[in-house]
Structures are given as C-alpha cells and as structure tokens.
Write a protein that binds this ligand. Structure first.
Ligand SMILES: [Cu+2]
Length: 421
C-alpha cells in the first residue's frame, strides 16, 4: 500500500462510539461486582468489548454450547470484517467456571470446513484434547461434538481450533477460559480478561489474510482497535487483576501499563509463587500463553495500557512506503500528480499528521492513528486501551482532569532556572 492511501476516519464518530461503550463498561464495573446468581460465589470477570458464555446445570454438570461460525465483526467504526468466531463474536465469549467444576461443552460447526476445539493448558484426558486427526476425528460442517472434562485448577486458559489453525486463528477463532478458585477470594478484585490478536487486512478488504506471516496491520484487544477499545476502570486502592492472553499468529506483545508497578502472578501453567515474582511495568505475552498481572490502583488518572511495540499501537498502515521524514519534497506533488492523479506527499515532518489530516478515505479502513483526547489527538491506535482510575466511580468516568497538568514554561520560569530554549 502506498503512503497516499493512508486514510483518516472520522475521529469524532470513533470517539463517540468509544465513549458510549466506555459508559456501558463503567456501568457494569463501577460498583463492587456482586456475584451473579448461579455463579457459586465466583467473582464476575469483566470482559471489555466482550461477553461471558452462559451455561445451564444438569445433574451437577455445567453445560456450555459453542458455535463455531462466520462472524461479521466491527474492528472500529469504519472497518468491518468477515471473520470466523464463536457465538457471534471474535474472540469468542469467555468461559467462566470454578475449579473442580465438571463441564460438558457442546461444539457445533457452522463453518464451511472441519474444526475442533483444543482446551489450551487445561489438564484434560487425552481424548478431550481436541486435536483433529490425532486425538479425535475433525468436527465436520453441520456436526456437533461434545467434550466432557473437569477444570482441574484455577487460572487463565484459552480455547482455539486444532484443525487448519493457520486459517481459523487468522480469521479470529479463539477465546479465553477463566477458572476461579473454589470458595472465592474473600475480597473485591477488579478482574479483567483481555485477549491480544493481530490480523493482516489489506486496505479496503474485509477478509483477514490467513497467509500473512508479517506486516500485521490490525492489532486488537478483545477484537477491537483503539479508539474502539473499552476502557478498564478501578477505584484508588482496588486490587486490579488483568488476565492477558495471546493467540495471534506470529507476534509476542510486551504489554505496558503506565503509572503502576505490577507483579506477574500467574501463567497458563499455574500460579507463580510470591517469592518468585518481580516488579514489572511491562510483561511479555508470547504467542500461545496467558500472563496474569495484579496491582493496587495507585493514583487517579487515565493510564494507558498498550503494547510497547510501536507498530502494534497503530491502526492500518502499510510498511512498504518510502521514508520521507526530513526530505525536501517541494514541487513533488505537482510533478507526480501528472502521472498519479490525487497523489499527496506525506510524512516529511513525521507521521503525526496521519491522525488529523482530512483526505479522501478508502472504503472500509481505519486511520493509522488516533482518537480524540481531552488535550488533542491521542496518536495511538491498535493494541491500546485506557485504565481509568478514580477516587470514586459513579457512572461514566469521562476524561480525567488533573491538577498537575504539564504546560508550556513561562519566560520567567525559563529565566529563573537558566534554561535557554
Ligand atoms: Cu505487540
């Protein structure tokens, strides 16, 4: 893709949608989460932009039903894709249970090809491991299989197909599993589940490219790119737990939280003993793993939570454009415009302009950067969200108004401290 095809979406539209979705999450998580009926005392997981898989109980067994199916999915306002997922979403709904639960999970295949489900890091009997051709016959289109097993231990796990994984995972088939300790935890925890994913979606296309090995240009938390990612919320002093999972095709993500020091308390292998935990501000979440972090919400504010790979905190962009930073492009537009109608040179002063420019926008694509913030454009995208901490949460937290705002230095201040700009 050429640099001229980078586009800008209506940031007002996106910001409005983000605000609306933030409100719904704040409403769900603004009060101490009471255990919903039938949850056996488990803390409810908050799934930004996502949902929990409902269940029924029959003879002491929890019954779940996953439908593997094509899904029409909105990454952010402006970019709609034809994905595959579960029960109408990508990633699929989070399966929530309690350690020791006996479960029966029905899987109906509504895809045009065979599939299966592997219960990643759950210690199941071999025949329940969900590997097509090895531990079971593939689930053919139209068929429904059943998996019977027990959640052996508490923790954060995943589910995904083990038939044609390259295509099915590229199209968005994956989900998280959260198993709570039996008996609950005896304290309030702000407990979040976030799944990282990446897709390569050529500008204007609606179908992720399953053959892509690099140049992924759509990076998501729970299927959404910023500014469509729902904020996380907490009150000062709350214990916050964030369960990260990564089932992207190729990339590991160093996920960084501002304003806090956290500890990695568990992986999909199990709990990390307290004596082995070290203070961190970023945690690498490799492909095919989960990492769970905990910290106390320290200070009110709007704190970014994002992948620290800069190209992963961006929206759709091409990686094969010429580097024009610092180039003198005088007269270039006029000359090139004769042979490339509509050509526009960009990026001579950096890429910041990608967030604010207005130009004809290719159909079905989102701008490379940004959402509207309280102090201008937030020049991030992709795998970026915000942890909104307030002293008291009452409905939509809105934007944080700080008393300690960084502002332009006055002449008197510069003179006082001997600074020559
Ligand atoms: Cu990343």
């Amino acid at each position: 893709m050429s640099i001229t095809r980078r586009n800008v979406l209506s940031s007002t539209l996106a910001a409005g949608a983000a605000l609306a979705s933030r409100k719904s999450l704040a409403q769900r998580t603004g009060a101490p989460p009471a255990p919903p009926p039938g949850r056996g005392g488990a803390h409810a997981i908050a799934v930004p932009n996502g949902s929990l898989l409902p269940w029924t109980t029959k003879g002491g067994i929890k019954i779940y039903h996953l439908r593997a199916e094509p899904v029409h999915h909105v990454i952010a306002p402006g970019l709609e894709i034809e994905a595959w997922g579960y029960n109408g979403s990508t990633p699929g709904p989070v399966i929530e249970a309690i350690e020791g639960d006996r479960v029966r999970i029905y899987v109906t295949n509504k895809l045009p090809e065979p599939t299966s489900i592997h219960w990643h890091a759950i210690l199941v009997p071999n025949g329940m491991d969900g590997v097509g051709g090895l531990t079971q016959a593939p689930i053919e289109p139209g068929k429904t299989f059943k998996y019977d097993f027990t959640f052996d231990r508490a923790g954060t796990f995943m589910y995904h197909p083990h038939v044609d994984e390259m295509t099915q995972i590229a199209f968005g088939m994956m989900g998280m599993i959260v198993v709570h300790p039996r008996g609950g935890e005896g304290r309030r925890v702000r407990d979040y589940a976030l799944m990282a994913h990446e897709m390569k979606i050529p500008i204007g296309a609606a179908r992720p490219d399953p053959l892509a090995m690099n140049d992924f240009n759509v990076l998501t938390f729970n299927g959404k790119s910023f500014p469509a990612t729902e904020s996380l919320v907490a009150e000062v002093g709350d214990l916050v737990r964030i369960r990260f999972a990564n089932l992207g095709p190729m990339d590991h993500h160093p996920l960084h939280l501002h304003g806090h020091v956290f500890e990695v308390v568990g992986t999909d292998g199990g709990v990390i003993p307290p004596s082995a935990r070290i203070p961190e501000t970023a945690v690498l979440v490799p492909v095919g793993t989960t990492r769970t972090i905990e910290f106390t919400a320290r200070a009110p504010g709007d704190w970014p939570l994002h992948c620290h790979m800069t190209h992963h905190a961006m929206n759709q962009m091409g990686h094969d454009a010429a580097n024009l930073v610092g180039a003198d492009t005088t007269d270039l537009d006029a000359k090139l415009g004769r042979v490339v109608p509509g050509y526009m040179t960009m990026g001579q002063g950096g890429m910041s302009e990608m967030s604010t420019m207005r130009m004809p926008q290719p159909k079905n694509s989102i701008s490379m950067l940004g959402g509207k913030g309280p102090h201008g454009m937030i020049e991030m995208g992709g795998m970026f969200t915000i942890l909104k901490i307030r002293d008291k949460l009452t409905g939509d937290p809105g934007w944080y108004e700080t008393k300690d705002l960084a502002t332009e230095a006055t002449a008197a201040e510069l003179a006082r401290d001997g600074i020559e700009p």
